[in-house]
Design a protein around this ligand. Structure first.
Ligand code: 5AD
Length: 356
């Protein structure tokens, strides 16, 4: 079945975002689950997440590891520590390692390339990078070193809101949509996504963002509710940003599920994780509900425990003190309890193989 056969139109998207009728919502969950099963099957692919560094030169108004938050001690993992995480991922049978970090040029592109090469030399893991906005040359270097995929959320497609909550660096306007095109041209499998319920986010803009998932033809989509971090301007002064009731998208976990389910309907073959933000707001049930409402990916956190607390982009990030082994065991038992299987192999996006 082609994408267009299942895609809801603008009015349907808006209806599903705003309806208060529980039967309509049940229908959304049902359709998202059916489309997920039909296009990507029952296998849940596991990605090992390694939060390589919390150094960041940006001052995003929503993010706990923003430069101006001097309460956070900064760290950069060593190559050896990253390779230890790689071994855990291989032993657990994962197909992918995700290397994520704040945005900081002092985390040298050449060093990242060496780490990618070392992982590729020793393992068959696919490598996903989530290292923010960098130079074209860096993206090329990492691709040549063997990186397979890149995640860069556009957060919101409302330009004015994006510029406000994500101040550009001097002389260098952030244009994440252009970067997503560049990443695609460079040969990466491309993922993006948004924050749900950012103060200032309207339903109009959210509808447009969800439609954009389709026009960008994303291979991976990550969405999660915005969770206020007390040491950020957006949490401290939310009243300055919030829109009128009825216009403002609420940052509830339920709205997160609605957007996740709609993402599945718009991009039936994308890899879509049940994100940590859902599990943070809804406990272990959050991950399960995500998997039952469109998601087919889980990303257990393999970051060494001593660094976890320092990577709090939002407070009480789910299982932020849990050891990697616990995080893996928890994910496996949850997936099996849902009657789903554990994906084998790299779990490349079926979107890239589409024939319709
Ligand atoms: N609440 C929820 N998600 C957040 N992110 C950053 N800050 C927050 C927050 N306060 C998300 C952004 C980013 C991803 C790595 O984490 O969408 O792209």
């Amino acid at each position: 079945m082609s994408t267009s056969c299942t895609s809801p139109d603008r009015n349907q998207i808006r209806h599903w975002l705003t309806t208060t009728n529980p039967h309509d919502l049940d229908e959304l969950w049902r359709q998202a689950d059916a489309v997920r099963r039909q296009h990507v099957g029952d296998a849940v692919h596991l990605r090992g997440l390694v939060e390589v560094s919390n150094r960041c030169t940006r001052n995003c108004l929503y993010c706990g590891i923003r430069l101006a938050n001097s309460k956070v001690p900064r760290y950069l993992m060593t190559t050896e520590e990253i390779l230890d995480c790689t071994r855990i991922a291989v032993e657990a049978g994962f197909g992918t390692l995700v290397l994520q970090a704040g945005e900081d040029e002092s985390v040298a592109a050449s060093w990242i390339a060496e780490v990618i090469s070392a992982i590729k030399r020793d393992t068959d893991l696919a490598i996903t990078l989530s290292l923010g906005e960098r130079d074209e040359a860096d993206y090329r270097l990492w691709r040549e070193a063997g990186a397979d995929r890149y995640l860069l959320r556009f957060e919101t497609g409302d330009d004015k809101l994006f510029d406000t909550i994500h101040p550009s660096l001097p002389g260098r306007r952030s244009d994440r949509l252009a970067l997503l095109g560049l990443l695609r041209e460079t040969g990466y499998e491309v993922g993006s996504g948004i924050l749900v319920g950012i103060p200032g986010q309207s339903f109009d803009s959210l509808v447009a963002d969800i439609e954009r998932f389709g026009s960008l033809d994303l291979d991976m989509i990550g969405v999660g509710p915005y969770i206020p971090h007390p040491d950020t301007p957006l949490a401290q002064h939310s009243e300055r940003f919030l829109l009128a009731d009825g216009e403002q998208v609420p940052n509830t976990v339920e709205m997160g599920y609605r957007v996740l389910a709609l993402a599945r309907l718009i991009c039936p073959r994308a890899n879509i994780p049940s994100t940590t933000a859902l599990a943070t707001l809804d406990g272990p049930a959050g991950r399960e509900l995500g998997l039952q409402r469109g998601a087919n990916i889980v990303m257990p956190n393999l970051t060494p425990q001593k660094y976890r607390r320092m990577y709090e982009i939002y407070p009480a990030k789910a299982a932020s003190t849990e050891a990697a082994e616990q995080s893996i065991a928890g994910a496996l038992s949850q997936i099996r309890a849902l009657g789903r299987t554990i994906g084998s192999g790299r779990g490349d996006s079926p979107n890239l193989l589409k024939d319709c």
